[in-house]
Design a protein around this ligand. Structure first.
Ligand code: ADP
Length: 169
């Protein structure tokens, strides 16, 4: 068995924000590899913007300089996906107390499903603690400036999606 520390970071990444990027780069300080796992299906509460292939491509562009980041899509049970990749560390970001309840429940349920999987919560840089992909989608769709919250490839994709709005740099 490999001694590599392999982590998985699941989410919808619709689109990937600087908050997500911050969490990945923090995790790389203590894991060897990390797979950003993009959920195929969105929860009903989340109104989507980008298709799965677009979300994957944007993440690829954002981490083009980072060979230790893998990108994959998944559908179905996360623990099965993690197990198949021998990823025993699950990374999640905690922004505020409001994230906690759901995240705690998820961590304990996943542990129940596969006892080898350990969830590690990371706090983002304080600048990103109020940032969410849904807020980015909303601001961009209304013509607001999201350049502080997303990297250049994502900004370009948002501009292409909302061509009549001034998503400025
Ligand atoms: P969002 O909640 O922005 O739609 P995801 O569903 O893709 O994002 O979230 C995947 C993971 O990333 C979750 O653990 C979530 O808490 C975390 N996350 C999202 N945005 C941030 C952020 N700005 N700072 C820290 N963690 C974040």
């Amino acid at each position: 068995m490999s001694a590599e520390r392999i982590a998985i970071y699941p989410g919808s990444f619709d689109p990937i924000t600087r908050g997500h990027e911050d969490i990945v780069r923090r995790a790389l300080r203590f894991v060897d590899r990390i797979t950003v796992a993009v959920a195929h299906r969105r929860t009903q509460a989340k109104q989507g913007l980008f298709e799965i292939h677009e979300r994957l491509q944007l993440i690829q562009q954002v981490f083009a300089d980072e060979p230790r980041v893998d990108i994959a899509e998944f559908d179905g049970l996360l623990v099965q996906f993690a197990r198949a990749r021998n990823a025993r560390i699950m990374i999640r970001g905690l922004r505020a107390v409001s994230d906690f309840e759901y995240e705690f429940q998820l961590a304990l349920m996943n542990r129940q499903l596969w006892n080898e999987l350990e969830t590690i919560f990371l706090a983002p840089d304080e600048h990103y603690s109020y940032l969410s992909a849904s807020l980015v989608r909303e601001i961009a769709s209304l013509g607001g400036d999201v350049s502080e919250f997303v990297s250049a490839p994502v900004l370009a994709a948002l501009r292409a999606r909302f061509p009549n709005n001034e998503v400025s740099t």
